[in-house]
Design a protein. Structure first.
Length: 97
């Protein structure tokens, strides 16, 4: 089973803070997954909890571990990558038939 490499106290503090106060849902989810993995939850449990594929959890852990810097800079590895195209917009005006 793959688990996150044991987190340092500073990394735990940064992840917990971002999990509790972050504005992006996906980033908060990734922080929580790393924290739970550090507590011994395996990838299968995490994939069921977050309703994502096991490869996704493995990818989150790998991105975190491949980021070689201090904990606050490592958070950038948990951010969504830029996407091409315009973001979708919600339009609640009724459509005419």
């Amino acid at each position: 089973m793959k688990y996150v490499t044991p987190l340092l106290e500073t990394e735990i503090i940064v992840l917990e803070h971002h999990y509790q106060h972050g504005t992006n849902h996906r980033e908060r989810q990734r922080c929580q997954a790393l924290l739970l993995s550090n507590k011994g939850r395996n990838i299968k449990m995490l994939s069921e909890l977050f309703s994502v594929e096991r490869d996704t959890i493995h990818h989150w852990i790998k991105r975190w571990e491949n980021s070689k810097s201090d904990a606050s800079e490592r958070l950038l590895s948990l951010c969504d990558a830029p996407r091409s195209g315009c973001p979708s917009q919600f339009d609640d005006t009724p459509k005419k038939n």
